[in-house]
Design a protein around this ligand. Structure first.
Ligand SMILES: [Zn+2]
Length: 372
């Protein structure tokens, strides 16, 4: 399965359970890092990675070029690099450091002077120091030093990026564990995580708000809804308004005492709870639920004319068709997850067939025949 590209690579809850279903946590982390590198083909990690290879190849070339029969010339260059750093960067740092007393200040400079003296001595007595070809070696050596510094910087940037994906993965596992999507089994070596029934369900849900979707299902929020009510509420998971996020529909079909409005209230409450959990786990904020298409999808599935429906909205026909298709996809996932729904306590046994009916209601007219 190809995961959708977002503006940044953030592993989703669904991705985590899919990885853990077939591998242990360590392997999953490695896989994630690899898919992260793939994703970054357009962005920078691949570029950083290529640059690292280039620099490593160049360094090897310089090492051959400055090969010295007296000793390890690269080691000699490292001494020079350290010496230069001590003489310039570290001294400058000390000059800007605040000391409590003059004695402390003097001691710090004295310590640095000792380091410099030792490095000088090591450089002076290095086997390569007396080589007759030293100037020729150094011509290559300067390139080697410059690219060696760049390699260190690039490597650090690369590792801080890839490492953050693995960290996010660990935080996701914490949340999944606390919500009973994962079970842990202690073995002698490391902790082994298993998917629960809920975890198996989550594996089949592909949506930016996958965890909210799964939680809503498992908490029975969608129990006993009609197909029309179900699709109206689920539109909040796929709708993206053109205006500011978090908008409301023009009306809630069924009014404030109806099933849709009450389901929406429960979804909002669940969303707040899940968001808080994600924030506590240092995960990126969830995209908000958007209820702006609740009435639009309801009316369409109920057979109304599209031009009439969109008259007082900021949606275009193209927007509408795309969103309706995404909603059908979501309902189809729910239908396809039927066998997993059966094994979760408290979930309506008819939810899967209800989703199937709902998808059929939406899939008519322009939605059925357009190819967007
Ligand atoms: Zn030499």
């Amino acid at each position: 399965r190809v995961y959708p590209l977002h503006s940044s690579f953030v592993p989703t809850f669904n991705m985590a359970v899919n990885l853990l279903n077939s591998s242990d946590a360590d392997t999953a982390r490695t896989t994630l890092d690899r898919s992260f590198a793939q994703w970054e083909a357009n962005a920078s990690a691949e570029r950083l990675h290529n640059r690292m290879n280039e620099l490593e190849t160049a360094l090897k070339g310089y090492e051959e070029a400055f090969h010295c029969e007296h000793g390890d010339f690269a080691e000699f260059l490292q001494l020079r690099m350290k010496l230069k750093e001590a003489q310039h960067d570290q001294r400058r740092k000390l000059k800007h450091t605040l000391f409590h007393t003059d004695a402390e200040r003097t001691a710090a400079f004295k310590a640095l002077d000792d380091v410099i003296a030792n490095l000088r001595e090591a450089e002076r007595t290095h086997p390569c120091a007396g080589c007759a070809d030293i100037q020729q070696h150094l011509r290559w050596g300067y390139h080697w030093i410059r690219e060696h510094k760049e390699l260190d910087q690039v490597r650090e940037r690369y590792e801080s990026r890839t490492g953050s994906v693995a960290r996010t993965f660990d935080h996701i596992c914490d949340v999944l564990y606390s919500l009973d999507y994962l079970q842990s089994e202690d073995s002698s070596q490391n902790q082994i995580l298993h998917l629960t029934e809920r975890g198996q369900l989550l594996r089949r849900l592909y949506n930016e708000l996958d965890i909210v979707f799964a939680e809503a299902i498992c908490e029975g929020i969608f129990n006993n809804l009609s197909p029309l009510e179900l699709l109206s509420c689920l539109s909040a998971l796929v709708y993206e308004s053109r205006g500011p996020a978090g908008g409301e529909p023009r009306r809630y079909p069924g009014g404030k005492d109806g099933a849709i409005f009450n389901t929406v209230l429960r979804m909002k409450e669940l969303f707040m709870r899940t968001s808080a959990l994600c924030a506590d786990a240092h995960l990126p904020a969830l995209r908000p639920l958007e209820f702006g298409a609740v009435d639009i999808m309801y009316d369409w599935a109920n057979g109304a004319d599209l031009a009439e429906i969109l008259r007082n909205t900021d949606s275009t026909g193209g927007d509408f068709v795309r969103q309706a298709k995404r909603l059908i996809d979501l309902l189809t996932q729910l239908f396809a997850a039927g066998e997993y729904l059966q094994s979760i306590d408290g979930v309506d046994k008819n939810l899967s067939s209800c989703a199937y009916e709902a998808a059929k209601l939406l899939n008519r007219g322009v939605v059925a025949y357009s190819d967007v």
